[in-house]
Ligand binder design. Structure first.
Ligand code: NAP
Length: 285
C-alpha cells in the first residue's frame, strides 16, 4: 500500500506510455516487500531541466532516464559515474540528498545476464553486430571484462569506424562490413556472438542479421539484446545450430535491478520482475 512514508521512484522519457519499467520494477518491489513505488513520467525535451529540479524537490530517491533524455540530462546532474561518462548516456539517476549522480546500468545488466547463465566473457573472442546506442554500453562492458578481442560487424563500416576510434584508447576494435569475406572468417573465430541491431524485433520478426551459421562454432554463446519476440529468428537459428542462447530480457531486468541497488542498497528479485515484464509485453500485443 502507498502511504505518506512510501519512497518514490520512476522513469522519465517521451513517449513513456509503453515503458515496461513500472510493471517490472513494482513487481520486484512487491516481491521484496519494500515500501517503494515506481511510476512513469512523461517529460518533454523543453521541460527536462524543470523536471529534474522538480524530482529533486519532491524527494525522489532515484529515477530512470529513457529516450530522448539519456544524453540531454547530463548537464543537469552534479556528478556522472565513469561508465555513463564513457558511454555518453545516463539511464539511472541517484538523488543523494540533493546531489544528483548519473549512472549507466545497461553495462551491468548486459554483462550480468550472460554471467548468470555461466558464460564468462573474460579472455573470449567477441563479435558484435551493430554499433548504435545500445552497442556503446555493450562495448564498454566487454572492454571492462577483458575480452581477448572485439570485432564489430555492421552494414555501414564507415559510420561504425567512429565508434571504434572513440573506444580505441581502451582497446583495438575491428570494424567489418558484414557482407565481407573477413566477416565470414570472423564468424568462425567468435566465442561470443551478440546482436545489438533491431533486426528481428517486433513487428519485423522475419528479419535477421546476415550470419552464415555454417561458419559459427556451435560452442559459441549467442546473445540477442532484443526481448520481443522472446526468440528472434537470429536466436532460433543459433539454438538450432547447437549454440547456447540468451535474449534481451536479462539485460532489461538486470539494468533495472542494478538501478535499485544503487538507489537503495536492496536487491530486487529477478524472477518476478521478468514474469511481470513478460505479462506486460503480452498485454501490449
Ligand atoms: P540504434 O542506436 O538505432 O542502433 C542500431 C544499430 O543497428 C546501428 O548500428 C544500425 O546501423 C543497425 N541497424 C538498424 N537497422 C538496421 C537494418 N535494417 N539493417 C542493418 N543494420 C541496422 O538502436 P539501439 O538503441 O542500439 O537499439 C538496438 C536494439 O537493442 C533495439 O532492438 C532495442 O530494442 C534493443 N535494446 C535492448 C535493450 C535491453 O535492455 N535488452 C537495451 C537497449 C536496446 P546504422 O548505424 O547503419 O543505422
Amino acid at each position: 500500500m502507498i502511504t505518506g512514508k512510501t519512497t518514490n521512484f520512476g522513469v522519465i522519457g517521451n513517449p513513456i506510455g509503453h515503458s515496461l519499467s513500472p510493471a517490472m520494477q513494482n513487481a520486484g518491489i512487491r516481491a521484496a516487500g519494500l515500501d517503494y513505488v515506481y511510476i512513469a513520467m512523461p517529460v518533454l525535451n523543453e521541460e527536462l531541466a524543470q523536471a529534474v529540479t522538480g524530482l529533486k524537490a519532491l524527494g525522489f530517491r532515484g529515477f530512470n532516464v529513457t529516450i530522448p533524455h539519456k544524453q540531454a540530462i547530463m548537464p543537469y546532474l552534479d556528478e556522472i559515474h565513469e561508465d555513463a561518462q564513457i558511454i555518453g548516456a545516463v539511464n539511472a539517476v541517484l538523488n543523494d540528498n540533493g546531489h544528483l549522480i548519473g549512472y549507466n546500468t545497461d553495462v551491468i545488466g548486459f554483462i550480468q545476464g550472460m554471467k548468470d547463465r555461466g558464460f564468462q566473457p573474460a579472455g573470449r573472442q567477441a563479435l558484435l553486430l551493430g554499433a548504435g546506442g545500445a552497442a556503446r554500453a555493450i562495448i564498454w562492458g566487454l572492454i571492462k571484462e577483458n575480452v581477448k578481442s572485439l570485432t564489430i560487424g555492421v552494414r555501414n563500416a564507415a559510420k561504425a569506424q567512429q565508434v571504434a576510434e572513440y573506444f580505441g584508447k581502451y582497446m583495438d576494435i575491428h570494424i567489418l562490413d558484414w557482407h565481407s569475406a573477413e566477416f565470414a572468417a570472423a564468424l568462425g573465430q567468435a566465442e561470443l556472438l551478440i546482436n545489438s541491431t533491431p533486426l528481428g524485433m517486433v513487428p519485423r520478426t522475419d528479419a535477421m542479421p546476415p550470419v552464415d551459421w555454417s561458419r559459427v562454432d556451435p560452442q559459441a554463446f549467442v546473445y540477442d539484446i532484443i526481448y520481443t519476440p522472446a526468440e528472434t529468428l537470429f536466436l532460433k537459428a543459433a539454438r538450432q545450430h547447437g549454440c547456447r542462447t540468451l535474449n534481451g530480457e536479462a539485460m532489461l531486468v538486470g539494468q533495472g535491478a542494478e538501478a535499485f541497488r544503487l538507489w537503495t542498497g536492496n536487491t530486487l528479485p529477478p524472477v518476478p520482475m521478468a514474469e511481470a515484464l513478460r505479462a506486460a509485453l503480452q498485454q501490449q500485443k
